[in-house]
Design a protein around this ligand. Structure first.
Ligand code: ADP
Ligand code: MG
Length: 341
């Protein structure tokens, strides 16, 4: 359970910069999601932490100890990825105990530990099966047990759920989170799935084009992104350009109260579910619905106000039709202030 520090990490492949000055601290026992689009350098960063590849520049510390020249097997960091590579000719028991066996640990101690993990991973009764006799979820749990049984300091997960179907993925996500808490193991989960990152992580590091664009708790990443680039990564959202003067935000669709100092140029963001459709007497902002999408648990609307298209998402108890005029409430005190990219 180590504190992991990455300081000024750089990596290029064939002259192309893949990681550009990455700084990241993950506290002991913390669960951090490394979130970014495909090709943003997530796997490269994880492989460097594990010791599979060297970085070009920068330093890695585990608990203040420099890891840069420590070989992979001595780093005490284990990697589990989407390619579940179990030994096909070994049983579940043999797969899980493999790491202890090569460390020359006594048979009795191995048995005790394997039993603990069979129990924790809900694999009891499957210990004598071979990998081909297991489901995808069971295989991934064996892979996790095999990785965790050697008591690594750091758990590195590279999109471990991405090949599993949605139901299995959800249950394994919760499962991993539970075990991670129980063992208090410092964990970095690489994912491009926003929901997975938001729901599981203590903190999210958003990696775009080899740079950490924001590192914060999920709520702040979603509600208070620092830039349009980060905000857009979490789906459709609303931007309002304007200025702030004497406690008013002045923008194309109207003037709104805000508790902010004057600013000659700002971009404020409100998520679709932060805009509330309301009664006429509660607002003076009116728009026309031009599109309605029913999603079961919510309804999304596209609304035009003074030429600007606004995304609004509501629960299904509020039902409006295309071409209907609606009033809505915008609380710009809840808005995020964005840097222009
Ligand atoms: P991610 O995991 O975020 O999808 P990767 O870290 O796998 O991204 O890759 C980032 C970039 O680095 C990609 O453009 C990829 O093609 C490149 N890359 C990764 N590994 C190598 C390698 N061994 N040789 C050359 N280019 C690589
Ligand atoms: Mg990857």
């Amino acid at each position: 359970m180590a504190k992991v520090q990455l300081i000024r990490i750089k990596k290029s492949f064939g002259g192309k910069t893949v990681l550009n000055d990455v700084n990241l601290t993950i506290n002991e026992g913390e669960f951090v999601a490394l979130l970014g689009p495909s090709g943003s350098g997530k796997t490269t960063l994880l492989h460097g932490i594990a010791g599979i590849i060297p970085f070009d520049e920068g330093n890695i510390y585990f608990d203040g100890q420099l890891m840069d020249f420590v070989p992979i097997e001595k780093r005490n960091a284990v990697l589990v990825d989407q390619n579940i590579l179990l030994f096909p000719h070994m049983t579940v028991y043999e797969n899980i105990s493999f790491g202890l066996k090569i460390r020359k640990i006594g048979k009795k101690e191995i048995k005790n530990k394997v039993e603990k993990f069979l129990d924790m991973m809900e694999l009891y009764g499957h210990e004598n099966k071979y990998p081909h006799e297991l489901s995808g979820g069971q295989k991934q749990r064996v892979a996790l047990a095999r990785a965790l049984i050697v008591e690594p300091k750091v758990l590195l997960l590279d999109e471990p759920f991405s090949k599993l179907d949605i139901v299995l993925r959800k249950s394994l996500q919760e499962f991993i989170r539970e075990i991670q808490r129980k063992l208090n193991i410092t964990t970095i989960l690489v994912t491009h799935d926003k929901e997975e990152a938001l729901s599981l992580a203590d903190r999210i590091a958003v990696l775009i084009e080899g740079e950490i664009k924001q590192y914060d708790i999920p709520k702040n990443i979603y509600e208070k992104p620092v830039s349009i680039e980060v905000a857009d990564f979490f789906g459709k959202t609303n931007y309002f350009k304007g200025k702030i003067k004497n406690g008013n935000f002045i923008t194309d669709i109207g003037t709104f109260n805000v508790n902010s100092p004057d600013k000659s140029k700002v971009t404020l963001m409100l998520r679709p579910e932060q805009i509330i459709i309301c009664d006429e007497n509660e607002s003076n902002v009116k728009g026309k619905i031009i599109k309605r999408t029913y999603l079961g648990d919510k309804v999304n609307y596209l609304i035009v106000v003074k030429g600007q298209v606004i995304y609004v998402s509501t629960f299904t108890d509020k039902n409006f039709n295309v071409d209907e005029d609606v009033y809505f409430y915008l609380d710009f005190n809840k808005a995020a202030y964005l840097e222009e990219d």
